[in-house]
Design a protein around this ligand. Structure first.
Ligand SMILES: *Cc1c(COP(=O)(O)O)cnc(C)c1O
Length: 463
């Protein structure tokens, strides 16, 4: 399997290379050259398999020759052995047709763990054969940072520098990052917003003088291996609800379009998916693009679902490329210039067949939380509630089960959950003595020079 850039230029990469890289040199994102196919018989044969075995069968065509099946199985066993639920991503029934797929049983309580626990092991495995030291730089509004730090803490040949906006992440999120004591973990609180932190990271990748001295890598969802790991749970859930005989719909709380793009990949591989519901909060660029073809960014509005407070949805480019590749370079140039562009008719038609974009406001979100709580005793987090509200608002034939991806543990967003339901969820014991442990982070101004100096003094030059 080879991977090419969505901007259509430059060399193709193999799985190992694509895992260790971030953005393509032409500014595009890497995608597989072709979608591997699982036949109906192969999908039917997934029924009853463990999560790890499902993962091996779904991911091995993407991994190609980079790992043997046994090596891949060993890494998956290690990654998913850290989950607090034996089923890794269990399904929970809400009523006759609505289900939750709980993706938050990993160490840091959000679905980001599903991909990042594996990515950390893939980094270590691929770096062990190389004379390379990786410097991972990322910006986080909370969940990616804690999941990436947990996955990379203490691993050989990799340092992680994680920028978060000072005072703008929740206490639980900050402590999950700053109480990790491994010497290869560096937390930086930026005096600014998440957008400022994100802009600093992009500027560092583009700064030749700085980037040239280190082997920089990314852990946000522009990394292909992350999306690959997320395809697995679509198969795992669908076969338990009757696929391939019975098609299933999914509702996905969406920010950067990574998670729902993994669902699209599952459909392209042959999984019968009746609908992919793209649930957004009031930051609804993707819902607008899917319903009206208008991909234009506004200002970010802060909501109770902060991991979805995004205006530029990076992975949407992967979908546009898959539907109408030729149009993408000009569309992305237009977006960079005007922060707005239009989908082509081919892209709109192709997306319309599978996706439904639904925007959910704060009242609808709170209503969905109460509905789940009163109807089935399920306490859900604000992101999941947006997915569930969108699922319930979408018309589908009665025989289609609808699975809402539960992307975060309610304990991670206790205040918002308590406001909506009156129930204050507990933090699971696996996060340990989060509030007793000492925190460690440095505060820096939102200035490129200050951050590059800080990192240069602490990172290992790449070979
Ligand atoms: C990251 C995140 C999302 C959004 O996922 P994307 O892949 O960026 O669309 C939704 N919910 C939670 C809890 C998250 O952490």
């Amino acid at each position: 399997m080879r991977y090419r850039s969505t901007r259509g230029t430059g060399a193709t990469l193999d799985f190992e290379q694509v895992t260790l890289t971030g953005l393509a040199p032409d500014g595009g994102l890497y995608v597989p050259e072709a979608w591997p196919q699982l036949s109906r018989a192969e999908i039917a044969a997934l029924a009853g398999l463990s999560y790890v075995e499902t993962a091996v069968r779904v991911m091995r065509p993407f991994v190609g020759g980079a790992l043997s099946d046994d090596e891949l199985r060993t890494l998956c066993t290690q990654a998913y052995g850290r989950f607090a639920h034996k089923a890794v991503t269990p399904l929970v029934q809400l009523d006759e047709r609505h289900w939750l797929l709980e993706l938050f049983h990993g160490p840091t309580l959000a679905f980001k763990d599903v991909a990042l626990q594996l990515l950390g092991l893939l980094f270590e495995r691929f770096l062990s054969d190389r004379d390379t030291h990786l410097t991972v730089i990322g910006a986080t509004s909370g969940d990616t940072g804690s999941a990436a730090i947990d996955a990379l803490a203490g691993r050989a040949k990799v340092d992680i520098f994680m920028l978060h906006p000072l005072g703008r992440v929740s206490d639980v999120q900050r402590r999950q990052m700053t109480t990790v004591k491994a010497p290869n973990v560096h937390n930086i609180a930026i005096e600014g917003t998440f957008d400022d932190a994100q802009a600093l990271v992009k500027a560092m990748f583009a700064d030749q003088g700085f980037a040239g001295r280190f082997t920089l890598s990314a852990v946000n969802s522009i990394n292909w291996a992350r999306l690959m790991a997320q395809i697995v749970y679509y198969f795992y859930a669908a076969v338990r609800l009757g696929a391939p005989e019975r098609p299933v719909a999914f509702s996905v709380p969406t920010g950067n379009f990574g998670d729902v793009f993994a669902g699209y990949a599952a459909a392209k591989m042959g999984l019968p998916i009746a609908k992919l519901i793209v649930a957004t909060n009031v930051n609804d660029i993707v819902a607008r693009a899917l319903s009206a073809g208008d991909y234009s960014a506004g200002e970010v509005t802060a909501t109770a679902a902060p991991s979805m407070d995004i205006q530029v949805s990076s992975n949407f480019e992967r979908l546009l490329f898959d539907l109408d590749a030729e149009a993408v370079p000009a569309q992305m140039a237009a977006f960079a210039r005007d922060r707005a562009m239009q989908l082509t008719d081919v892209q709109r038609g192709g997306a319309g067949a599978l996706f439904a974009g639904v925007r959910v406001d704060a009242d609808e979100m709170a209503l969905a939380m109460r509905w789940a709580c009163e109807g089935s005793g399920q306490v859900i987090d604000p992101h999941t509630a947006i997915g569930l509200a969108a699922a319930r608002a979408t018309e589908l034939p009665a025989e289609i089960p609808v699975v809402t991806l539960a992307t975060a543990h309610p304990g991670k967003f206790r205040d918002a959950v308590e406001r909506a339901t009156g129930v204050r969820p507990a933090l699971p014991s696996r996060v340990g003595s989060l509030f007793e442990r000492e925190e460690r982070y440095d505060v820096l101004p939102a200035e490129l020079g200050a951050v590059t100096t800080y990192i240069s003094e602490r990172a290992t030059p790449g070979a």
